[in-house]
Design a protein around this ligand. Structure first.
Ligand code: 3HC
Length: 294
């Protein structure tokens, strides 16, 4: 398959990452079907894409006509298998749970065309292991976006043990077409490159929350003074406490027990205080902004 053969993409998952991936794909001219397990999740994902596109129209960066045309390229489905029947690429962005990802790909690989590329947006998990669920694993690879997808340029394109180099090259071309800067990750290891470098920082954030000696807002204020666009605790809420928790848990199972998520993260997860997306996490959130005093 060549880049010009790619016309339609299925994005499995309509959450923080899935809706952003759908947006950048329709903006690059692709027809996209966004899939999820509940209609309310799809409605919320569609609302987020529309709000983001309206923002660009309001800023004069996109015409209303182009926005309408692009939105017309986006459909939704509650049926994984039906949705992928006529696509050339599948990008999965479901929660960071290995068995769930394998289940999704087992379904999708049997229903998608045999040559379709199958990509996981996993933050941390083994591409080689997820690939055991698919037929023709040479077409399976990682495509790791960063949040917010519509503004973060980097995409890690990750080889599994059986991924073909041609398919990695093709996904790199697709990444460029949707306005991203792809980086090839040759070795499939927990967290790949960017998140692996951030892993000790995540463990530290979890430990500081449990210890309670320094307040998150004090640290965040200082880190912003140091030039970071967001403090580390604000970013944890922004990315999602569930994502943050599951990535640490995966590191604790694959790298070292030192990464085990602490009791504060566990309590936030159990209460469903997942950060920006639920309006409450380490901070309270309103209108996409954390309420930080300092
Ligand atoms: N769609 C497209 N563009 C948009 C937009 C949208 N919905 N909303 C805003 N923009 C544009 C704006 O118009 C502006 O463009 P301009 O520079 O041409 O005027 C630009 O994006 C910046 O917009 P903002 O004013 O909102 O930007 P801020 O300065 O407030 O920055 C931020 C927002 C980019 C989120 C910044 O705070 C940031 O970089 N935070 C850190 C994000 C980060 O580190 N992400 C990675 C997390 S780790 C991860 O995702 C890995 C995963 O595996 C967990």
């Amino acid at each position: 398959m060549k880049l010009e053969d790619i016309k339609k993409i299925a994005v499995i998952g309509s959450g923080a990452m899935g809706h952003g991936i759908a947006q950048v794909c329709i903006m690059a001219g692709y027809t996209v079907v966004m899939v999820d397990v509940k209609q309310e999740f799809l409605d919320n994902g569609m609302k987020k894409v529309k709000e983001s596109m309206d923002f660009l129209v309001g800023k004069g960066k996109l015409s209303a006509e182009d926005k309408d045309r692009m939105m017309g390229q986006l459909s939704t489905s509650l049926d994984n298998k039906a949705a992928v029947a006529d696509v050339q690429v599948v990008i999965e962005a479901v929660p960071e749970i290995m068995d769930l990802k394998k289940k999704v790909f087992a379904d999708v690989s049997s229903a998608a065309p045999a040559e379709a590329l199958l990509a996981s947006n996993t933050s941390t998990m083994s591409i080689t292991e997820i690939a055991t669920a698919v037929t023709k694993p040479e077409r399976f690879l990682g495509m790791h976006f960063f949040n917010p997808v519509n503004r973060m340029k980097l995409v890690e394109v990750i080889f599994g043990e059986k991924t073909s180099a041609e398919n990695v090259d093709l996904l790199c071309e697709l990444s460029k077409k949707i306005g991203k800067i792809p980086v090839k990750v040759l070795k499939d290891s927990p967290g790949f490159i960017v998140n692996r470098i951030g892993a000790p920082n995540q463990a530290l954030i979890s430990a500081i929350l449990d210890e309670g000696a320094i307040k998150p807002d004090e640290i965040d204020a200082i880190m912003k003074q140091m030039g970071m666009p967001m403090g580390p605790f604000e970013l944890a809420d922004y990315v999602g406490i569930d994502v943050f928790y599951h990535t640490l848990k995966y590191y604790s199972e694959t790298l070292s027990k030192d990464f085990t998520p602490g009791k504060t993260l566990q309590a936030l997860l159990d209460k469903g205080d997942l950060g920006m997306k639920t309006g409450k996490g380490i901070y309270e959130w309103e209108g996409g902004k954390a309420k930080i005093d300092t």
